[in-house]
Design a protein. Structure first.
Length: 288
């Protein structure tokens, strides 16, 4: 990995600049600086792992509620690879704990600063591991669901679960804890993010299918799918799993079983633009 790859393009959200100015005026700049450094180290963990796997990364954005690595690779790479990129962020928090241990042992920093860093490091780590999309915990939940369910079902389930968890946390905050505006805004922000991603779920699924059509599918196992002849191609695609190649068996009206490769189905949909044909029609045409 070159030095250039170690330094991502970093952009600061304009709203964060406002908060930085406010922290100067209110005497809380030290806390703000510590939080930003922890978030930056977290995102650098993602960035370095993604660079190692040659992901296309647009930028690292720092905003009021944390940071995000902007990339189009999410959902289009092997599950194991995406897992390693995701977990690389939380691992940076463990590095920070080690650094604070040595800083305390050798008296490199004042104890008050070390205590503050440990507090915010723990808070950010625990928050980030909540099973809410697009936090790392939400992505880990998606990977776990992907081991059992199809891509579409796993992704949709992760989003629905995230929305429910956000709503539950908001209710608990309002009913059982003292009102904290920042905590409420963070959960509302995540809720709106999940709502926006829910609206874009079909686009995400189509991108997943396009990657398979282009041959960017990392095969870990082979699994057959049996479907009735009247299923549409999209009905068939909804059963596709990540890192799995599917042989498709079609139950025809005369009790015959036709076999068709998933590549033929994807070609029929994207190249031949047979959006409304059934899988039985595609298979019959292919075998003629």
């Amino acid at each position: 990995m070159t030095i250039r790859k170690l330094i991502p393009p970093i952009h600061i959200h304009p709203l964060l600049l406002v908060f930085i100015i406010i922290s100067f005026l209110t005497g809380t700049f030290v806390e703000m600086f510590i939080i930003l450094m922890i978030v930056l180290l977290h995102e650098l963990g993602h960035y370095m792992a993604a660079s190692y796997f040659n992901w296309r990364i647009k930028q690292v954005m720092l905003w009021v509620f944390g940071g995000v690595m902007d990339t189009d690779e999410q959902g289009s790479r092997p599950v194991k690879e995406e897992f390693l990129v995701t977990i690389a962020g939380p691992i940076q928090h463990l590095v920070i704990y080690v650094l604070m241990f040595f800083s305390s042992f050798f008296s490199l920093l004042p104890s008050s600063i070390i205590d503050t860093i440990i507090f915010y490091n723990t808070t950010i780590l625990v928050f980030n591991l909540l099973p809410i999309w697009p936090l790392d915990g939400g992505k880990l939940l998606f990977f776990l669901l992907s081991q059992r369910y199809s891509f579409q079902r796993a992704y949709n389930t992760a989003l629905v679960s995230s929305i429910i968890i956000c709503l539950v946390i908001i209710v608990i905050q309002l009913l059982f804890f003292p009102f904290t505006l920042s905590a409420l805004l963070i959960m509302v922000f995540l809720l709106l993010e999940n709502r926006a991603d829910w609206k874009k779920r079909h686009f995400v699924f189509i991108r997943f299918l396009l990657n398979r059509y282009k041959g960017n599918n990392w095969i870990k196992s082979v699994s057959p799918i049996t479907v009735p002849f009247q299923y549409t191609l999209m009905d068939v695609f909804s059963q596709f799993k990540r890192d799995v190649k599917h042989a498709i068996y079609i139950q025809m009206p005369d009790n015959q079983r036709l076999a068709i490769d998933e590549t033929e189905c994807l070609k029929s949909y994207f190249y031949d633009q047979n959006y409304n044909k059934t899988v039985g029609e595609v298979a019959t045409y292919t075998t003629i």
